[in-house]
Design a protein. Structure first.
Length: 355
């Protein structure tokens, strides 16, 4: 199916936004003022159906189902865009969706990189195997044939769909792909700066929430009463903005192909550095033009354009960005829980020397 924004999108601005200060997290060095939005419509029913069809393809379920400790008994689908899920990729990278999520967040945002586009969480009913349940789902969120999420026998022992964590990247968009009629639970719990917890309203089908999840500790609660709970998460970062890089791969290393993720992660860090340097260079050029215009002459500047302390700050952020990237990259095979990275016969440098 070909993505068509006129058919597949249905954006309307969120009615409410909570700032980081509202959450008691103003002291954190977050790049953006907004912490989390109220649920708002983003994708039409046709768009939801197309996304579900894309992720429920047999080749996606067989090749990109990557459960981990943080997802417990539930399903995670990762890394399928753009090769196996083209519609998903085209939707999330479209100018229309980027404009919508940026408007909602109050920040010019871009996806962090392809591997983190369309990460999907599917709650699995108690007692069912992941693959068995996934195969029972259809593209229609109102299909009643799949097993429903029954009330648990002991609610306090039911695993969260995703446990308390901070996201690996600054921003996330969490999109609901299920009919939530009759759903009990399923909210996102957010931990405030004082340690107290609030529950964010759960979105309806086709609705989403923007959250600065790299700076906010949160978890996805299990639900019952509904037939299913499928959410899709795409990670974003501010475009061309100087801010400390807080990327932390700890929660996703064990549910990723490290060869693919490391490659995209490092290239994205280099893109960020290039953007920051380009912004500063453009700023210097504008300052020079302003001075030359003020004095009516080219060359022989009469006022400074370079702030040494400012340049030093940029250098520090660039260093921190690249240093953090190195710190996030564990040696291949170092984590025994990593079962999704192909095993090498010899050391990595032997493999690279063949290229």
């Amino acid at each position: 199916m070909t993505f068509n924004p006129a058919t597949h999108l249905n954006y309307a601005e969120p009615a409410e936004r909570l700032t980081m200060e509202d959450l008691g997290l103003s002291s954190h060095s977050a790049p953006s003022r907004i912490g989390v939005t109220a649920p708002f419509p983003l994708v039409s029913l046709e768009g939801v159906q197309a996304l579900r069809k894309d992720i429920l393809q047999p080749n996606v379920l067989s090749s990109y189902m990557m459960p981990s400790a943080i997802s417990g008994p539930h399903i995670q689908l990762r890394g399928m865009a753009p090769e196996a899920s083209r519609f998903l990729y085209d939707l999330w990278t479209s100018p229309e969706v980027l404009a919508a999520v940026s408007d909602a967040a109050g920040e010019d945002l871009v996806p962090v990189f392809d591997y983190e586009i369309g990460h999907t969480n599917i709650q699995v009913p108690e007692g069912m195997a992941r693959a068995e349940y996934a195969q029972s789902l259809s593209a229609d969120p109102y299909d009643k044939s799949a097993p429903s999420l029954k009330p648990p026998r002991e609610a306090d022992k039911v695993a969260p769909v995703v446990g308390f964590h901070r996201d690996a990247y600054p921003w996330v968009c969490v999109l609901m792909l299920s009919d939530v009629t009759g759903m009990i639970g399923g909210e996102t719990e957010i931990r405030r700066g004082d340690g107290s917890v609030i529950k964010a309203l759960g979105p309806n089908v086709g609705y989403c929430v923007m959250m600065q999840g790299g700076f906010i500790e949160h978890c996805a609660l299990p639900c019952h009463g509904a037939r299913e709970r499928i959410t899709m998460v795409t990670s974003f970062r501010p475009r061309a903005k100087v801010f400390p890089d807080v990327s932390n791969l700890a929660t996703i290393r064990t549910c990723s192909n490290s060869f693919e993720m490391y490659d995209q992660f490092v290239r994205s860090r280099l893109d960020i550095v290039e953007e920051m340097v380009a912004v500063y260079r453009r700023q210097l050029l504008l300052r020079r033009e302003a001075v030359e215009d003020a004095y009516g002459r080219r060359g022989g500047l009469k006022r400074p354009t370079v702030d040494v302390a400012e340049l030093g700050g940029l250098v520090n952020v660039v260093k921190d960005t690249l240093s953090n990237a190195v710190e996030q990259l564990l040696p291949y095979g170092a984590d025994p829980r990593d079962i999704y990275t192909p095993r090498l016969e010899g050391p990595v440098h032997h493999e690279l020397s063949r290229m």
